[in-house]
Design a protein around this ligand. Structure first.
Ligand code: PMV
Length: 325
């Protein structure tokens, strides 16, 4: 059978950085995110006896860097469905991959939902989130709708993501500013393994539950200033862990830092905009929907900006009818 799924990427406001179990991908802390309307992956999977081996095509290319991880995930789904057929997988991202824009989140969420359906499984959302997590931690947050919490859990089955609020809850925007399309040197999955080597990691974990509580109340109350302040500090804290890891991880480029300084300046001028950054040079500017045009005017005048993607809160991963092959 053939099935196709569309999955949004997501941006974490409270970040997942560090794991207590590498195989099960259990995170050291819970995290909070929002699905992104303008950045998604569409994936079609077909299992059939006609295929001699798994055949994977991502963005019109055979992608060796990712194939092994995808085949491992197909194996998990084959085991659950008790089938042996090989698969053809075709996947398209509408945004650059491997540059720190969380294409693994949307990619593995889309693969999980399309492949399990194609294998004949009917899985509830919780199980799909658990399954997606095994392939890429942040992918479990792209399964449910809107504003999402990933509860770290205590074992493989209790670590999954669920919706806190549907996408319509709060009209905020995430303007992704692409400053370079260079692929990152250190893939996130490898970088995560170094979190515990930072002398500040324990301090982060001591304070994280309080921060998660504050983040959830800022979203509940739609309190933008409290929210913006908190998420910007959180992004810098995660990068403080990366910068002080052994070996250190420096994911920023000069243009990333320039953007941070500009955001600080625009705020002093009265524009309510904050930033967050993941494992790449590109930066996410968070503002209220009503302020998007004002931020865009500022961005259009900058020569460091290569591309811009405007996102609003989005629904989670869903099956779609139009197949890619
Ligand atoms: O799921 P991974 O292994 O791609 O890790 C995601 C890590 C960050 O994007 C930096 C933080 C997060 O919570 O999304």
């Amino acid at each position: 059978m053939k099935a196709t799924a569309l999955a949004p990427s997501n941006i974490a406001f409270i970040k997942y950085w560090g794991r207590i179990d590498e195989i099960l991908r259990l995170p050291t802390n819970s995290s909070i995110s929002m699905n992104l309307s303008g950045m998604h992956t569409v994936t079609t999977v077909e299992f059939s006896v006609k295929y001699e081996r798994d055949d994977v095509e991502i963005d019109w290319q055979k992608n060796d860097r990712e194939t092994e991880r995808i085949v491992d995930h197909l194996d998990r789904i084959r085991n659950l469905a008790k089938i042996n057929d090989r698969a053809r997988v075709v996947s398209r991202n509408n945004f650059p991959s491997s540059t720190g824009l969380s294409s693994s989140a949307s990619g593995f969420a889309a693969l999980t939902v399309s492949a399990s359906k194609a294998a004949g499984l009917e899985l509830p959302e919780k199980k799909l989130s658990v399954l997606a997590r095994l392939a890429s931690g942040s992918a479990c947050r792209s399964i449910p709708d809107g504003f999402v919490e990933w509860e770290k859990g205590i074992d493989g089955e209790s670590s999954y993501a669920f919706s806190l609020y549907a996408s319509k809850w709060w009209q905020i925007a995430d303007i992704v500013v692409i400053v370079s399309q260079n692929k990152k040197d250190m893939p996130t999955t490898q970088g995560q393994k170094l979190a515990g080597t930072s002398p500040f990691f324990k301090t982060r974990l001591n304070l994280i539950n309080e921060k998660i509580k504050e983040c959830k109340s800022a979203i509940a109350e739609r309190s933008f200033l409290a929210f913006g302040n908190l998420i910007e500090k959180e992004a810098l804290e995660m990068h403080a862990i990366m910068l002080t890891s052994d070996p250190p991880l420096i994911y920023w480029q000069p243009a990333t830092l320039q953007m941070m300084k500009l955001v600080e300046k625009w705020r002093k001028e009265g524009l309510q905009v904050y930033f967050t950054v993941n494992t790449g040079q590109d930066i996410h500017l968070i503002c209220k929907k009503d302020d998007v045009e004002r931020v865009m005017v500022k961005l259009r005048s900058l020569d460091i900006v290569r591309n811009i993607i405007i996102n609003y809160p989005a629904k989670g991963t869903r099956l779609v009818k139009k197949h890619l092959f």
